[in-house]
Design a protein around this ligand. Structure first.
Ligand code: ASP
Length: 312
């Protein structure tokens, strides 16, 4: 069962965050995703969600997340409706609450919501009876990305207990890092966080997280490395002298990756700013799990939709 229903929510099945999801729940979702991958290949679950209508409401841009939620819902036989925010009444000033109530009245039973405001999915969960899945809210959380990354790392490294994962980059503005920290720490990973001081401030002192002062320190012997997109749309560049300066000190390429453990894989949630936080040769090279992260998107989202619909 996916927890995290906010006080006053009318249904108990949501995925709003990974914060608060215990290890057993995280592992259950990941294991279910592995089953879902096989079910998708065998086309065996094509009527699991046939009674459900899944709505997609993306108020911020998305390629991987939106497409994979749509394919996940369709693989399970749900009816899918994409609000297409730009062409909807949102452009006439319709409020989020009005929009989600309208979607519910038209028959949407589960809503996948991405919004620029942190907390928007919690508001939707309080004001409607739909199951809400957070597909990214401002700088707050991106729970399905963290579940994808946990599955991808487990497939690459085996058990994650005691492993060292270096996370490098713009942590300050990243919803991905916040969700990843919860999931990885819950799974027993030791996290090393590296980046310019303004982008890692506030993370030190938290149990299980070590803030590294240099790239060398962050990568030394790490079992895996994850780098984050510089969040240009969230005014990230205010925190560094220039992007060029950032790349000089913290940009990842094949050569710098040799500081990490032999064959340590590189992850990135996408989309990449190639040549800024990651060199193209590394993103497309043999250490890269970036394509695998994308592939794991559909089965993780199948698992989440099945769980919030009460079908698994
Ligand atoms: N796609 C991820 C997100 O929506 C990562 C990123 O955009 O940097 O947060």
């Amino acid at each position: 069962m996916i927890l995290d229903a906010p006080p006053g929510a009318r249904t108990q099945r949501h995925l709003l965050d990974v914060e608060g999801l215990p290890r057993a729940e995280i592992l259950r979702i990941i294991d279910l995703a592995v089953e879902m991958r096989a079910a998708r290949a065998a086309r065996s679950h094509r009527s699991l969600l046939e009674a459900e209508t899944v709505g997609l409401a993306f108020y911020e841009g998305s390629t991987r997340t939106r497409v994979s939620f749509e394919l996940a819902a369709k693989a399970l036989g749900a009816t899918v409706v994409d609000l297409g925010v730009a062409g909807s009444s949102v452009s006439k000033g319709e409020s989020l609450v009005d929009t989600v109530r309208t979607l519910e009245r038209t028959g949407v039973t589960a809503l996948v919501l991405r919004h620029g405001a942190a907390g928007a999915p919690y508001l939707a969960a309080r004001t409607t009876g739909m199951a809400i899945v957070n597909a990214g809210d401002g700088m707050h959380a991106h729970p399905t990305q963290a579940l994808i990354d946990a599955l991808t790392l487990r497939e690459a490294l085996g058990s994650l207990e005691g492993r060292v994962v270096a996370i490098v980059g713009d942590a300050a503005h990243s919803r991905v890092v916040r969700s990843n920290l919860h999931a990885l720490l819950e799974l027993g990973v030791r996290v090393r966080l590296g980046g310019p001081p303004a982008w890692v401030r506030g993370f030190d002192g938290r149990p299980g997280i070590e803030v590294a002062g240099s790239l060398n320190e962050a990568l030394a012997g790490a079992d895996a490395v994850m780098t984050l997109r510089v969040q240009l749309e969230r005014a990230a560049v205010g925190g560094v002298p220039s992007l060029r300066e950032y790349t000089r000190h913290w940009g990842l390429d094949e050569k710098r990756m040799r500081l990490a453990g032999t064959d340590a894989p590189i992850l990135h949630p996408g989309p990449t700013n190639e040549g800024v936080e990651i060199a193209a040769e590394l993103a497309n090279g043999p250490r890269s799990l970036i394509g695998r992260q994308v592939e794991n998107g559909v089965p993780i989202r199948m698992a989440v939709l099945a769980l919030v619909a009460g079908a698994a």
